[in-house]
Design a protein around this ligand. Structure first.
Ligand SMILES: C[S@@+](CC[C@H](N)C(=O)[O-])C[C@H]1O[C@@H](n2cnc3c(N)ncnc32)[C@H](O)[C@@H]1O
Length: 289
């Protein structure tokens, strides 16, 4: 089938759900991931042919996109901090605001890369891998409760970068962070982007998130939205070294309440940090005693 025909069918199919312009962008982004063509390929090479088996698979993927499945699940790829991560419906699609969390840690520890880091609720492993790769010398451990997520996180393919940079791959462990802290040693840094969307906020979410991303990764009960932050505080009380640093991503509606969890647990220098859109998005803390 000609690429130009595939593009036309793709736009028609995907625009049954998305506005025409967005549908066009999605079709081009998908084709670039799937077969490496660019927006202009069908114009400069009007005879460009896609082999029938490939075209058939692409048409099926257009139907998945028209059914609301996020593009990243259809291609199996998501960009985070300049790297391509493998994603499946077992993991949350990494979000740009979480890059700010990684950046905060990376900049703060410029002078001391040889540190031990714990990532709680790791999902795709995007935070754990980013810190491990950006801070060669760091030893990163990461936990999640989901077997599916751990499979995805532990099979991200950064072998080439690891061998080039001398960085170490993170170690992934199964753990329920709502239970007693796992004996994983002592850490200089604890990071977490745990579930924090309240059930009552579901009504505000796009259906492609609600219907396709794992609810285990997203939601907390309305009557106890800070449950995971109490868990992080409890783990950090036991596993963070004196002088150690912690940072968590938070629900923008609960900035000061989340900070209070860490103040009440005895941490120092607790403050709320805003994201690129000026919303309360992170809480940082240090352990001094
Ligand atoms: C918001 S996602 C974050 C994923 C990843 N850190 C990121 O930033 O994209 C939260 C993760 O917490 C995990 N999770 C949920 N409940 C958990 C629990 N009780 N113990 C450990 N992990 C849990 C989910 O499986 C999910 O991978």
């Amino acid at each position: 089938m000609k690429l130009a025909d595939l593009i036309r069918i793709g736009k028609e199919t995907v625009s049954t759900l998305y506005p025409e312009r967005e549908a066009g962008e999605m079709v081009f982004a998908y084709l670039e991931e799937a077969i490496g063509t660019k927006k202009h390929t069908h114009i400069v090479e009007p005879e460009y042919e896609v082999i029938p088996e490939k075209a058939e698979a692409i048409l099926k993927d257009f139907n998945r996109m028209a059914a609301g499945e996020p593009l990243q699940y259809v291609t199996g790829k998501a960009w985070f901090y300049g790297r391509q991560f493998h994603v499946t419906p077992d993991v949350l699609i990494p979000r740009p605001e979480t890059e700010v969390l990684c950046n905060t840690v990376i900049n703060r520890f410029l002078a001391n890369r040889a540190c031990k880091v714990l990532d709680m609720c790791t999902g795709s492993g995007c935070i754990a891998w980013t810190i491990a790769l950006e801070m060669p010398g760091a030893e990163v451990a990461a936990v999640d409760i989901s077997d599916g997520a751990l499979r995805v996180a532990s099979t991200q393919d950064f072998a080439e970068e690891i061998s080039r940079s001398g960085a170490q791959s993170p170690q992934f462990y199964k753990a329920d962070v709502l239970e007693a802290p796992k004996e994983l040693g002592q850490f200089d840094i604890i990071v977490s982007n745990p579930p924090y969307v309240m059930d009552k906020e579901k009504a505000l979410m796009r259906t492609n998130v609600l219907d396709h991303e794992p609810h285990l990764a997203l939601f907390v009960a309305d009557d106890d939205p800070l449950i995971f932050y109490r868990a992080v505080a409890q783990w950090a009380t036991k596993l963070l070294k004196k002088g150690g640093y912690g940072i968590v991503e938070i629900n923008e509606a609960l900035g000061e309440q989340t900070a209070d969890v860490f103040r009440q647990a005895g941490f120092a220098n607790v403050s709320v940090i805003k994201d690129l859109s000026e919303r309360d998005r992170f809480v940082e803390f240090t352990r001094i005693k």
